[in-house]
Design a protein. Structure first.
Ligand SMILES: [Zn+2]
Length: 495
């Protein structure tokens, strides 16, 4: 019996990313933007949609949007304008949302994602535009849905990618890179927990069966608020859509069009939501209350000058100038302040490779324990450089450097002083190390015998004994001196 040919399925994902901008006030009124204020305390006639109230554009929001669009390599349109997107929702008091349809801030950019193998994946950006956010429906009351309009009218940046994403991991990587970029630019906090960044992937599959390729319906998964949920939801849809098409050949984009689904975090599954509105149902038309904005000469050049070096450029430079690996550079340049700290410590005389190891192995963990970034530990670049130097010069071991780093995070004392105080300076004195070498050999006769017997296991046995000496010395022994003393004490090898 021959089995039918296995279907081949390919994942196609485009991502819509909503980022709440870090502006002091809302997009079209003077209400403050603040998280956690009493419900409906940050509102006015404009954002409550009272008749006759007129919107006034927040120029700072537009500048933030243009900066981001430029950072994403987009073409900035010389004239950008505002449209009303009509729909009714309890948390949208105006019955329309002010957005940008025809003339967004930016078009046609690209983001480069670093891959683990050192190569780069390019994801095209279709558009970057501004829109106002809706309020929030609260479902905590037992028999009512309450509405909080503090968020209504806050500036939301929408970034739309082309469907260039081919795996759940790439979707996560792209979202993480966008978060790094907006944080580098300082235009957004992009705190996922506070809902500053929401992710909506459009997912479908190309399924190849019997030599023909079919496309499954495009499913938009609404309102994901973590990278983990994004990756899980995309992976779930890939499986679900492929299976749905194989069970029913009419489950195609041509026949079914687009769908909206929600994500159930507890069930780790998507579920059916309202049918996705077709574009014409929004009845988009230019907002008569808002004039289009035309950039003034020199304004965009000024924004470009304010733009710092971006994460990908920094990673490349760290790799090229300092010989830092791609994976390490990703972590070191994760946030701008940590990248700055790293470079300041290199400038203060740290060996870049040792310092990179400290960032990856020591400081990342200590920062995580403290619930902050490495820069958030508020340690001095000179102190980080001194610790790296102590290790490169051989004055302390890697183990000792870890203990000193922990003490630095606690006490903020200088590394050299800590090394002395904690008795962590390296032991390379033969007389001091000899008793420890003898003790290690006496306690491990089997390893000693294996070394003396020579052959394949000899090197491993010596390494094991060396590890014992390191442990007996509390990590202070100079490994080279310890190995030399062990060889002398163990005597000649057979074979
Ligand atoms: Zn307002």
């Amino acid at each position: 019996m021959t089995l039918p040919p296995a279907p081949k399925a390919r994942l196609i994902v485009g991502l819509e990313i909503h980022v709440q901008l870090r502006t002091a006030t809302k997009l079209f009124c003077g209400c403050a933007v603040r998280f956690g204020a009493p419900p409906n305390s940050l509102t006015c006639p404009v954002c409550l949609g009272h008749p006759g109230a007129l919107p006034v554009l927040n120029r700072e929001a537009l500048r933030c949007a243009a900066k981001t669009a430029m950072a994403l390599g987009c073409r900035i349109l010389p004239r950008t304008s505002w449209d009303r997107k009509s729909y009714w929702y309890p948390d949208l008091p105006k019955n329309y949302q002010i957005s940008q349809n025809e003339f967004p801030v930016g078009l046609e950019g690209a983001v480069e994602l670093p891959r683990a193998d050192g190569s780069v994946k390019t994801v095209r950006i279709r558009r970057v535009h501004l829109e106002e956010d809706a309020g929030k429906s609260l479902h905590d009351a037992p028999d009512a849905t309450l509405v909080d309009l503090n968020r209504a009218g806050t500036a939301l940046l929408e970034i739309v990618t082309a469907p260039d994403i081919a795996s759940p991991e790439e979707a996560g990587d792209l979202a993480r890179e966008i978060r790094r970029i907006v944080r580098y630019l300082g235009v957004a906090d992009a705190d996922m927990q506070k809902g500053h960044m929401r992710l909506e992937p459009n997912v479908n599959c190309a399924v190849e069966l019997d030599g023909a390729e079919a496309r499954t319906p495009i499913v938009e998964i609404k309102n994901l608020n973590s990278f983990r949920a994004l990756e899980a939801a995309v992976a779930f849809e890939f499986e679900r859509q492929t299976a749905a098409y194989l069970a029913d050949p009419a489950y195609t984009l041509e026949r079914r069009g687009k769908e909206s689904r929600g994500w159930d975090e507890a069930a780790l599954a998507t579920f059916v939501q309202r049918r996705k509105e077709e574009a014409h149902e929004y009845r988009c038309f230019p907002d008569p209350d808002l004039a289009p904005y035309e950039w003034i000469a020199g304004e965009l050049d000024e924004l470009a000058r304010e733009t710092p070096e971006l994460p990908q450029a920094r990673r490349r430079r760290l790799a090229r100038e300092l010989g830092i690996g791609q994976g390490d550079a990703l972590l070191i340049a994760e946030d701008r302040a940590t990248g700055d700290l790293f470079e300041a410590a290199v400038a203060a005389g740290a060996c870049p490779q040792t310092l990179a190891k400290h960032f990856i192995n020591l400081w990342t963990r200590l920062a995580k324990d403290a619930g902050t970034t490495i820069a958030g530990l508020k340690l001095d670049a000179g102190a980080l450089a001194e610790l790296a130097r102590l290790q490169t010069d051989g004055a302390v071991s890697a183990t000792a450097a870890r203990l000193i780093a922990e003490a630095m995070a606690r006490t903020r004392a200088a590394p050299r002083a800590l090394a002395q105080r904690l008795g962590l300076t390296r032991l390379s004195d033969r007389t001091a190390l000899l008793p420890l070498v003898k003790e290690a050999i006496a306690a491990n006769p089997k390893a000693a015998a294996q070394y003396r017997a020579g052959g394949g296991k000899a090197a491993k046995s010596l390494g094991f004994l060396q590890g014992r000496v390191m442990r007996l010395s509390g990590g202070r022994a100079d490994p080279a001196v310890a190995a030399a003393l062990l060889r002398e004490e163990l005597g000649p090898q057979l074979g």
